[in-house]
Design a protein around this ligand. Structure first.
Ligand code: SAH
Ligand code: SF4
Ligand code: F3S
Length: 458
């Protein structure tokens, strides 16, 4: 690049909070900005355009966002030409739009979760105005063929559907992402094919409820089982992942595909939320603990090595010690390989937040600790069973904590650290060389969250 280009090049910085779908949305926002001529940069301090793509799933996510936004104020005072845009789930809620308009006047644009297609229009409109432009559209429509800059070197995120119809009584997502809309199958498979052609070895099919894929189109393009089966046949891929599934929509067809298709990940993330049937009913989850365990049994039957992971909420309103015991019992029975455990967070506008039987913080903290103690022990046991095995590992990059270690994931999504002392001699090249490669490693040690592997072959 000549010096003139460096002088005129404008830069952007996107901070993303929340789930993989939000990350994928940010990849589209980055695609638009690069098409307009902006280049990525490393921090808001250097950036001409700063976008915050937000998450509203728990209260601390909201707090973090407003904290970040507050810290941008002095920057904007120093660089008045800096453009600040805020979008995503928090901004789908009218009270948050009001809060920005009244208390954060230095924001240029407010956009929503379904404004990805018209983002450039909104951007130019807002840039021409002195006041904050409220550009939030309804949560409708699906997106294909938008520009996209993929952030991860090893994983292509592919949204297959948007929105959620389930209205779990604690959850904000149906209000921020609207009703379920599936993308046409041909568009999805084309995107997967392109990713594979571009060298991606891992594809992750995304949606709030992926196994309801196609329902909104009367299965015109088939169901999730057939989409997953077809995606897994695309040449060049190491693994096809999918997030997130709902237990009530796990069909026998899907279980069959998981059993038969080698490239479908031998891992299933199936949020449980609670082991108590009473709590499940009040959460509007529409399955029982027995039905959940039945799915676990079927999955282990068709694919014995499958890793099962889950999400659990502790302290849903009205949860008794007896309810919580049932969660512990179910965790023991299902023997999850890993679990994400969350403390219940009341979200304004959801039915559960209105209840007057919210659980005291000390009780929740105690239950949370007992649940995580149990799960860490189970995760450790599960990981220790891997010792001595030789496994394929897709290298995702250098370890964040040790420059002489490369990290990666097995097909069943276990994190593996592989020491490679030569890395310190040729730092950048070695990292580039290994990332996105599938290597063979022998597992030599295990902890609750990760394995240690010894490199065998490339
Ligand atoms: N659509 C996915 C993921 C939703 S968000 C699904 O249905 O599983 C990811 C997880 O966050 C949920 O599975 C749930 O365990 C947790 N979660 C959602 N709302 C929450 C709330 N209000 N408080 C605490 N955890 C919550
Ligand atoms: Fe939220 Fe339930 Fe939909 Fe998941 S399925 S996004 S928890 S409402
Ligand atoms: Fe958060 Fe919205 Fe995803 S609330 S978890 S960013 S769908």
């Amino acid at each position: 690049m000549d010096s003139k280009a460096i002088e005129v090049a404008k830069t952007y910085f996107i901070q993303t909070f929340g789930c993989q779908q939000n990350e994928n949305d940010s990849e589209i926002l980055a695609g638009h900005l690069e098409q307009i001529g902006y280049l990525p940069c490393e921090s808001p301090e250097e950036a001409d355009v700063v976008l915050l793509n937000t998450c509203s799933i728990r209260e601390n996510a909201d707090d973090r966002f407003f904290g970040h936004l507050g810290r941008l104020k002095p920057l904007k005072q120093k660089k008045p030409h800096m453009f600040i845009g805020v979008g995503g789930c928090i901004l789908m809620q009218p009270q948050n739009q009001e809060k920005i308009l009244s208390s954060f006047p230095y924001v240029d644009l407010i956009f929503g979760t379904a404004d990805l297609g018209r983002f450039p229009d909104l951007f130019f409109k807002a840039a021409d105005q002195r006041r904050t432009h409220l550009g939030v559209g309804p949560a409708e429509g699906v997106f294909s063929d938008l520009p996209m800059v993929r952030k991860k070197a090893h994983r292509a995120l592919v949204s297959i559907m948007y929105g959620c119809n389930n209205f779990c009584t604690y959850c904000i997502v149906p209000y921020t992402r609207g009703r379920e809309r599936s993308r046409p199958k041909a568009d999805i498979l084309r995107e997967v094919e392109r990713a594979a052609e571009n060298g991606y070895k891992e594809v992750m099919l995304l949606g709030q409820n992926v196994n309801a894929y196609g329902k909104d189109m009367d299965y015109r393009d088939g169901d999730f089982a057939s989409l997953l089966a077809e995606a897994s046949e695309i040449p060049g891929l190491f693994v096809v992942r999918f997030m997130t599934s709902h237990p009530k929509d796990v069909s026998d067809r899907l279980i069959k595909v998981i059993g038969e298709k080698e490239k479908v990940e031998p891992h299933f993330h199936l949020p449980l939320q609670s082991g108590s049937d009473r709590v499940l009913r009040e959460m509007n989850r529409r399955y029982t603990s027995a039905e959940y365990l039945k799915i676990v049994e079927k999955l282990r039957k068709v694919r014995p090595e499958i890793a099962l992971t889950t999400d659990i909420i502790v302290g849903f309103p009205g949860e008794t010690e007896d309810d919580f015991q049932k969660t512990l019992e179910l965790v023991e029975k299902a023997r999850f390989d890993a679990a994400f455990t969350f403390i219940y967070s009341a979200r304004e506008g959801t039915p559960a937040a209105e209840r007057d039987d919210q659980i005291e913080r000390e009780i929740i903290n105690d239950r949370y600790r007992r649940l995580t103690d149990l799960q860490y022990a189970l995760s450790l046991e599960s990981n220790e069973r891997q010792i001595g095995k030789t496994v394929d590992v897709l290298i995702t990059g250098r370890s964040e904590t040790n420059a002489e270690v490369m990290s990666g994931r097995t097909a069943d999504n276990r994190l593996v650290h592989i020491p490679l002392p030569e890395l310190s001699q040729s730092p950048d090249n070695a990292e580039e060389y290994y990332t996105n490669r599938v290597v063979s490693a022998e597992i030599v040690a295990a902890g609750s969250f990760a394995l240690e592997g010894r490199l065998i072959t490339l």
